[in-house]
Design a protein around this ligand. Structure first.
Ligand code: ASP
Ligand code: MG
Length: 604
């Protein structure tokens, strides 16, 4: 007998007929010999309607009262679904978050789950009842038992957390789309269903998949190794399997506010190659990495910061044994890159540094929590370690540092983030990157702005200052890139630092940084809201040369200029002009053969 946790979204329980259909579905699963705990959202657009009501009364409604109000939506749907099950002759009981004992922090409207009591759940299950639980809500710890909510879309998180607490065999998320698609179907109608995706990939695709699956739910699934399925409520199709590496028993206390960083990794077998003063125009990255891929050399990190005048720099890392070859390729291609541009070949420089190491922190918990990158930079600075390169993704921050600093960096970071030692997990064959496609999905983010600080003095602690300041203002930073080019101003060597933030935060970020600019001897602060970020994600790109080249070539073919590049092991992101963002998404989706002809029904 398997224990299954299911979750039904608002549209799936949007009417009496739909509630009855869901009850039928549940009934069949129980008949087949399973125990079911079912989490439901509020019916249809109920939560939105309640928010509108509150806004009609107050421009700034009290957060406690908001939780009191919004939690009623789910109370309607759980009782109705429970009645519908009873009508079918299926014993059922509905429970609110508080009745179950879904204990959260006392943070109204954005509480994280601390613990889920399972005694009552087990009691009902043992009586043969289906339990219908109100999603998205919990009860705070402390003397005053307060109703809390987890934040919009939080029912997914409730469901996966219950699955973790009960050690259920799987968690199924039922929704109004067939599963997770390879890209946004409103922009690319040829988007196709992904039959499977790893939780790591899903987290890196957070900006694509967030509407279908709450990133916090994916975080719990990954941390507790819960198999997840995202499926349509209207069909029996299998949907998308979100796969997580099985984990050993992990304590169920502080279920959600587990550590933001759960791994520190390093790689000292890396050589950095930087090409400086190459022309800033479409096709340059494609040519360079195309040539490298043609020789079958695998590139790890790739970084391109914002341009400086008409020229730009690209830096990348390769393993030590490929370094000479990569350097020779870069040198040989320089004349081709400059051809037909005003760029002077004599200015182009290829610089190789073998004495470097890459150090990476990773953790699903860093999504939406500002300050993690800043903490990393600060602790490196405190240890007197200069950062040569920075590259970031949704769930990782990598810094290239000097090899001699590597041991100290690892010790410092393990200490600061309380990592005992990176555990050696045995990765099952199904998770080996060789068994995954190089690119699973493509995401577009049009809601970011790019900021650049010119001429930041190049000494330890500068990145830390900048990003702690932003974290203090509660501004989440997405891509962070430090330029390769060093410019000596008044005897001080300086570099540009560029990053992206949500468009709504750009002005606050600019203001905050302007406040310290003079004291820190920064140059100009530039803001560009007209950018788009296009990302490809796939576990199979590890050790597969040519993926980056193909991505850059697809953009070059349409003469789309790449303004910034960052990478992680399983993700490559490019910033392009906003006006070309949608076109870029289509081209890249096509280039990796993700487009299909199967008609995917997606509600407007
Ligand atoms: N009803 C809540 C919302 O709309 C929670 C959920 O559906 O996940 O945000
Ligand atoms: Mg949802």
């Amino acid at each position: 007998m398997a224990m299954i946790v299911q979750k039904y979204g608002g549209t799936s329980v949007g009417s009496v007929e739909r509630i009855q259909a869901v009850a039928q579905r549940i009934y069949k699963r129980v008949q087949a010999g399973n125990q079911l705990v079912v989490v439901v959202s509020a019916m249809g657009k109920t939560t939105d309607t309640l928010v509108q009501l509150a806004n009609a009364i107050s421009t700034n409604p009290n957060r406690r009262e908001m939780d009191m109000l919004l939690s009623t939506g789910e109370q309607v749907s759980i009782s109705l679904l429970s009645m519908a099950l009873q009508e079918l002759g299926q014993p059922a009981v509905s429970l609110t978050g508080a009745q179950v004992g879904i204990v959260t922090e006392a943070e109204h409207s954005r509480a994280r789950i601390l613990e889920i009591k399972t005694d009552r759940l087990h009691r009902h299950l043992n009586r043969g009842q289906v339990i219908v639980v109100a999603g998205f809500q919990g009860v705070s710890t402390g003397n005053d038992l307060e109703i809390t909510t987890l934040g919009r879309g939080g029912s997914d998180t409730s469901a996966v957390a219950i699955a973790a607490a009960l050690k259920a065999s799987c968690c199924e998320i039922y929704t109004d789309v067939p599963g997770i698609l390879s890209t946004d179907p409103r922009i690319v109608p040829e988007a196709q269903l992904m039959p499977e995706v790893t939780s790591d990939e899903m987290l890196e695709l957070a900006s694509l998949g967030a509407k279908v699956l709450h990133p916090r739910a994916v975080e719990i699934a990954k941390n507790y190794g819960i198999p997840l399925a995202v499926r349509s409520s209207w069909t029996d199709d299998p949907g998308t399997q979100v796969m997580s590496v099985p984990v050993e028993d992990r304590p169920l206390v502080n279920l959600e506010i587990a550590k933001a960083v759960d791994g520190v990794a390093f790689d000292s077998d890396q050589v950095r190659i930087a090409m400086l003063h190459i022309p800033d125009r479409p096709g340059v990255a494609a040519k360079l990495f195309g040539e490298i891929a043609a020789r079958n050399v695998d590139v790890d990190l790739i970084i391109q910061s914002i341009h400086d005048g008409n020229s730009n720099d690209i830096a990348f890392t390769v393993t030590e044994n490929a370094a000479q070859q990569a350097q020779a390729i870069a040198e040989a291609i320089a004349p081709t890159l400059c051809e037909g541009t005003s760029q002077n070949l004599d200015d182009v420089a290829v610089m190789t540094a073998a004495d470097i190491a890459k150090i990476t922190i990773s953790g699903a918990g860093m999504i939406g929590r500002p300050g993690i990158a800043a903490t990393m930079f600060q602790s490196l600075a405190d240890a007197g370690i200069n950062i040569e390169m920075i590259s970031t993704s949704e769930v990782k921050v990598s810094c290239v540092i000097l090899q001699k600093d590597c041991d100290r960096a690892i010790a410092t970071l393990c200490d600061v983030f309380e990592i005992a030692s990176s555990p050696m997990t045995i990765i099952p064959a199904a998770f080996s990157h060789a068994n995954h496609p190089p690119v699973r999905g493509v995401a577009l983010d049009l809601k970011q702005a790019q900021l650049a600080i010119r001429h930041v003095p190049d000494h330890p602690g500068m990145a830390a200052k900048i990003f702690s300041l932003l974290a203090q203002q509660n501004i989440s930073v997405d891509m962070i890139i430090q330029s390769q080019r060093c410019r000596v101003l008044n005897g001080v060597s300086t570099r540009d630092i560029a990053f992206t933030v949500a468009q709504g935060d750009a002005e606050a970020a600019r203001l905050a940084l302007s406040g310290i600019a003079e004291r820190m001897s920064f140059g100009e602060i530039e803001v560009n809201p007209a950018i788009a970020k296009v990302s490809i994600v796939g576990a199979g790109m590890i050790g597969a040369p040519g993926v980056a080249a193909k991505f850059f070539q697809a953009l070059a073919d349409d003469r789309i200029n790449i303004q910034m590049i960052t990478t992680s092991e399983i993700k490559i992101s490019c910033v392009v002009p906003e006006a070309q963002g949608k076109q870029a998404l289509k081209l890249v989706h096509d280039a990796f053969d993700l487009a299909g002809t199967a008609k995917i029904e997606v509600p407007a």
